[in-house]
Design a binder for this molecule. Structure first.
Ligand code: FES
Length: 153
């Protein structure tokens, strides 16, 4: 399936053209990386945490417009949330916030869920925290999702 710009809604385009929270975070408390097994693109999310609340977050994404839009809304959504609240977000939460993504681009939002989880996992490891949302979580395991279609944009 060939993806064209016309398949993206205005909100996705806005976050792609003017992403929020892009760049480096000074002295981050934790960092999460994830690479897509579908396309090989990469996302990094860095967080600052105070009293188990994410007080700041920034992303760096080597990927498509959907991945950049997903990074933008994901960082917007986790800032101000507790670690547990941020762990409750799935890639579908980010897709819903964006108002939808074309089917073959669903995997791009999975990068954001995994990068957020990996950042919180990194924080929990450094601080010896046991968080309910990380029970059984293995950051080295491939994230399983249903969309495996290749996209061409
Ligand atoms: S993240 Fe690779 S195509 Fe979207």
């Amino acid at each position: 399936m060939v993806i064209s710009m016309a398949m993206y809604n205005d909100k996705v385009m806005e976050h792609f053209m003017h992403p929020h929270n892009a760049g480096d975070l000074e002295n981050p408390d934790a960092i999460g990386n994830h690479g897509s097994p579908v396309c090989g693109d990469m996302m990094q999310i860095a967080i600052k945490v105070k009293d188990q609340v994410i007080v700041d977050a920034k992303f760096k994404t080597f990927g498509c417009g959907s991945a950049i839009a997903s990074s933008s809304v994901a960082t917007d959504m986790i800032i101000g949330k507790t670690l547990d609240e941020a762990l409750s977000f799935t890639n579908q939460s980010f897709i819903d916030e964006l108002g939808g993504l074309p089917g073959p681009k669903i995997h791009c939002s999975v990068l954001a869920e995994s990068a957020v989880k990996n950042a919180i996992w990194d924080y929990a490891q450094k601080h010896g925290l046991e968080l309910e949302g990380l029970k059984g979580y293995d950051p080295t395991k491939e994230f399983e999702h249903e969309e495996e279609e290749e996209c061409e944009v």
